[in-house]
Design a binder for this molecule. Structure first.
Ligand code: AMP
Length: 295
C-alpha cells in the first residue's frame, strides 16, 4: 500500500513526498480509517512503529482552516524533547497548509509561551505540567478544542503525571475525539485512559510489549553497576557497529557516575541528559547526539 491509497489531500501527499516517505506503516494504515470516522482510539504502539504520523496524518486531513486563534488540536507528550521533536514533525507535514503549531514545556520562559499562544495556534503540543499552568492562567483556551492526543500514556504514568492529566481533563470540552497511544497497557495505564474516554477502539501495531522485528536484542546478565560499566567500556571499544549508543541508567546519580567514567575514556564523545540538567544543555546534548558529534 502507498500513501496515495489513503484518503489524503495534495498538501499532505506533497509534504510526505518531501520528507521521502512512500508507504504507510502497519499502525498508520490501521489507525487512519477509525480516526477519520471520528472514533476514539487507543493505539498500542511503541516508538519506531510510525505512531506519530499515524495520528498526525488523519488529524491534519480532518483539519479545516478557521479564523479562530484558539487551538483545535491538543497533543500531550511526556518530555520536553518530545515536544520539540513533534513540533518539527508537524511543521514538516503542514508545509503546504496554513497551519500554526506551538510547543510548550516546563523549564522555559512561560511568558514567551503565553505570547505565542495568544497570537494564535491551531495545534498546541505540550508536557502535562506546563499545560496545566497555561490552562489555569486562562491563556490556553480549550473551548474550541476538537481533538486530543495523549502520546506515550505509559510513560506519563511512570513519570507521575497522573494528577496533571486529571486536571487537564477537567478543562476539556466534553465533545471531542480522543486518541491515545501507549507501548504497553497495564491496569494503571488503562485507568488513566478511562478518565478520558468511555468507548474506544483498540488498535495494535504489534502484540502489546512485542519487540520490534527489525531490532535485535541481547541480554547480558551482570552482578552490579561496576561490572556493567566495565562491560559498556568493552563493548564500546570492541564492537564497531556501536557508533550511536543510548545508555539508560536507573537514576540521575548513576547516570552522572557512568557519564564521568565514560567521558574520561571517550573524550568529547559522550553526553548526558536528565532532569537536573538545564534545558539548553539537554537540547544541546540531543542535537550533538543526532548530528553524530556524541557517540
Ligand atoms: P515514531 O514511531 O512515530 O516515533 O516514528 C519512528 C520513525 O519512523 C520516525 O523517524 C519517522 O520519521 C519514521 N517513519 C514514520 N512513518 C514512516 C513511514 N511510513 N515509512 C518510513 N519511515 C517512517
Amino acid at each position: 500500500m502507498n500513501f496515495s491509497e489513503l484518503n489524503l489531500n495534495k498538501s499532505l501527499i506533497n509534504a510526505l513526498g518531501d520528507i521521502g516517505l512512500e508507504k504507510p506503516t502497519s499502525i498508520q494504515q490501521k489507525v487512519f480509517g477509525p480516526v477519520m470516522s471520528g472514533k476514539d482510539i487507543v493505539g498500542i504502539a511503541q516508538t519506531g512503529t510510525g505512531k506519530t504520523y499515524a495520528y498526525l496524518l488523519p488529524l491534519l486531513r480532518l483539519w479545516k482552516f478557521s479564523k479562530s486563534p484558539h487551538p483545535k488540536i491538543l497533543i500531550i507528550v511526556p518530555t520536553r524533547e518530545l515536544v520539540t521533536q513533534l513540533v518539527e514533525e508537524v511543521e514538516k507535514l503542514t508545509k503546504y497548509l496554513t497551519f500554526s503549531v506551538v510547543g510548550v514545556y516546563g523549564g522555559a520562559n512561560i511568558k514567551v509561551q503565553k505570547t505565542k499562544i495568544s497570537l494564535g495556534a491551531d495545534l498546541v503540543v505540550g508536557t502535562p505540567g506546563r499545560l496545566v499552568d497555561l490552562m489555569l492562567a486562562g491563556v490556553l483556551k480549550t473551548k474550541y478544542l476538537k481533538k486530543l492526543v495523549i502520546d506515550e500514556v505509559d510513560e506519563m504514568f511512570n513519570l507521575g503525571f497522573r494528577k496533571q492529566l486529571k486536571t487537564i481533563v477537567e478543562f476539556l470540552p466534553e465533545r471531542r475525539q480522543n486518541l491515545m497511544f501507549s507501548a504497553t497497557m497495564p491496569e494503571d495505564v488503562e485507568s488513566i485512559i478511562d478518565e478520558f474516554t468511555d468507548r474506544y477502539q483498540k488498535i495494535e501495531a504489534a502484540p502489546s510489549g512485542a519487540p520490534l522485528e527489525n531490532i535485535e536484542q541481547y541480554v547480558y546478565s551482570i552482578p552490579n553497576f561496576n561490572t556493567g560499566a566495565n562491560l559498556l567500556e568493552l563493548l564500546l571499544k570492541s564492537v564497531e557497529e556501536m557508533q550511536k549508543v543510548l545508555v539508560f541508567a536507573s537514576s540521575k546519580k548513576l547516570a552522572d557516575v557512568l557519564y564521568d567514567r565514560m567521558a574520561a575514556l571517550f573524550e568529547d564523545q559522550v553526553g548526558i541528559i536528565h532532569s537536573s540538567k538545564s534545558q539548553n544543555n539537554r537540547f544541546d546534548t540531543v542535537n550533538k547526539f543526532q548530528e553524530g558529534h556524541f557517540r
